[in-house]
Design a protein around this ligand. Structure first.
Ligand code: 5GP
Length: 199
């Protein structure tokens, strides 16, 4: 007989035929979470990446619906009011959020679902979805993180300053999460994450 499982997230409970897993990748902006995520997806077709919604403007090369759903503040606020996000947060002057339905559907169909999100959202997931596995990516040093944020050079000086200020608070919270991995050598970091996900 097929077991029916229930997934609880905040006020929502969903009954599923099978249950996958929710994986949260978090850590300060510029630490390399996005690049790690893209490599994981390229190497493991069975992973599902949750595309977030944001009010930030697209950077050169970013595609609507693939990198993010780029939406207005009023649309974002409406979606928040309608309970459409699994988690959401304001980061460096913009809103970011994880659409609830697609994530729950994919978990229900047995997939490993990856979220790549900042600290406040990752904390919300820990509260509303305690069975999620959370991985915190640390930089080798704060100086190295600053260099990475600056060489990306796609943000204004003001946005960079906000991200750096926020990064220190984020690093201080690393211990709240299940696993901490220092992203010094990219391949080594990727292998450590794979070992955690597929052990
Ligand atoms: P960026 O503007 O550099 O693409 O992203 C800024 C920060 O927002 C990054 O730390 C990224 O992980 C985080 N982020 C992206 N999508 C989401 C989301 O749906 N929810 C939350 N809480 N953070 C997100």
């Amino acid at each position: 007989m097929m077991q029916v499982l229930s997934i609880h997230s905040g006020a929502t409970t969903k009954d599923c035929q099978s249950s996958g897993k929710l994986i949260v990748l978090t850590g300060p902006s510029g630490v390399g979470k996005g690049t790690l995520m893209r490599s994981l997806l390229a190497r493991h077709r069975e992973l599902y990446y949750s595309v977030s919604a944001t009010t930030r403007s697209p950077r050169p090369g970013e595609i609507d619906g693939k990198d993010y759903y780029f939406i207005s503040r009023s649309k974002f606020e409406q979606l928040v009011a309608d309970g459409e996000f699994l988690e959401w947060a304001e980061f460096a002057g913009n809103y970011y959020g994880t659409p609830r339905e697609p994530v729950l559907n994919q978990i229900c169909s047995g997939k490993l679902v990856l979220l790549e999100i900042e600290l406040k959202g990752a904390r919300q997931i820990r509260r509303s979805f305690p069975e999620a596995l959370s991985i915190f990516i640390l930089p080798p040093s704060f100086g190295e993180l600053e260099k990475r944020i600056r060489t990306r050079a796609q943000d204004s000086e003001e946005a960079i300053a906000r991200r750096l200020h926020r990064a220190q608070d984020e690093i201080n919270a690393a211990d709240e999460f299940d696993i901490q991995i220092v992203n010094d050598d990219f391949e080594t970091t990727l292998n450590s994450i794979e070992a955690t996900l597929f052990k």
